[in-house]
Design a protein around this ligand. Structure first.
Ligand code: 0L1
Ligand code: MG
Length: 259
């Protein structure tokens, strides 16, 4: 970055975030150095990270629930990408030693059964294009000190994405995703609860928001993509030895052991 307040260099910022991940060392907010750092530039940084991130397996929404927005002090939804390197298999432990400050949150995960794109997509369209919905646990790991960031900071940091695990998908027909109960447990204790409506009123509405946002870049969802539709509760910090369990009524249960 050149002088204070000037538009940051996209390549330099992508390098800085990549290094923070590799070094397992958090960094200061970009927005503190460059008040002119805006959302368009931050999504450009994220696109640069995506170019070198390996095969993409899907997308994620962030900050779609009030609980999440309050936790990090950012009050608008954002989106990021997921690659195979982010994925943990069922039963695979989370290696916390390669992360900076991991947190876990429960997600409803959409598995797309057909391509969907466009700037007028609704929740009903999303449900029609969905082959199944699963319970997921997302592991976040902000590359910024203490999860302190503005919207452009966290967008550039690919919405704090680090790892995720997804359970077996079930067909959505007949299940009102607004009403499903969500329980997040850590080491046998309930740490947070929610219902599906926590994510923008309906998790499919959150995915529709994503599709409309992607349309601005002439992108969309493809058959087989998975979409993390947004953390339904505040995220809980985890360390080696912890076991996190996410349960969603009528959808299933997923657990994640941390070592
Ligand atoms: O997936 C999310 O909701 C996280 C978005 C980024 C905010 C955070 O790190 O909690
Ligand atoms: Mg999330």
């Amino acid at each position: 970055m050149s002088a204070e307040g000037t538009v940051p260099d996209v390549d330099e910022l992508a390098r800085r975030l990549t290094k923070a991940t590799a070094d397992r060392t958090s960094i200061g907010r970009i927005s503190d150095e460059a008040p002119g750092f805006d959302l368009a530039t931050s999504y450009a940084v994220q696109r640069r990270l995506r170019q070198s991130a390996g095969p993409q397996v899907g997308w994620k929404l962030g900050l779609t629930s009030r609980a999440k927005q309050v936790q990090v002090g950012v009050d608008e939804p954002i989106h990021g990408f997921l690659t195979g390197a982010h994925a943990l298999d069922l039963g695979q432990p989370l290696d916390t030693s390669v992360l900076i400050q991991p947190r876990c949150e429960p997600e409803l995960v959409f598995v797309m059964g057909s391509d969907i794109s466009g700037s007028h997509i609704t929740a009903a369209d999303v449900l029609g294009a969905t082959s199944g919905v699963a319970v997921g646990i997302e592991v976040l790991d902000s590359r910024f000190h203490d999860y302190r960031f503005t919207t452009p900071d966290v967008v550039a940091d690919n919405t704090s994405a680090a790892r995720f695990v997804v359970g077996a998908p079930v067909a959505v027909g007949g299940i009102d995703l607004r009403l499903v109960g969500v329980v997040l447990e850590k080491n046998g204790e309930v740490v947070a609860t929610a219902s599906g409506a926590a994510s923008m009123g309906h998790p499919a509405a959150a995915v529709a928001w994503l599709v409309r946002a992607l349309a601005e870049d002439d992108e969309g969802l493809r058959r087989g993509d998975i979409v993390l539709s947004g953390g339904l509760t505040a995220a809980t910090p985890v360390a080696a030895g912890d076991v996190v369990v996410a349960t969603v009524d009528r959808i299933g249960t997923v657990s994640l052991a941390c070592r």
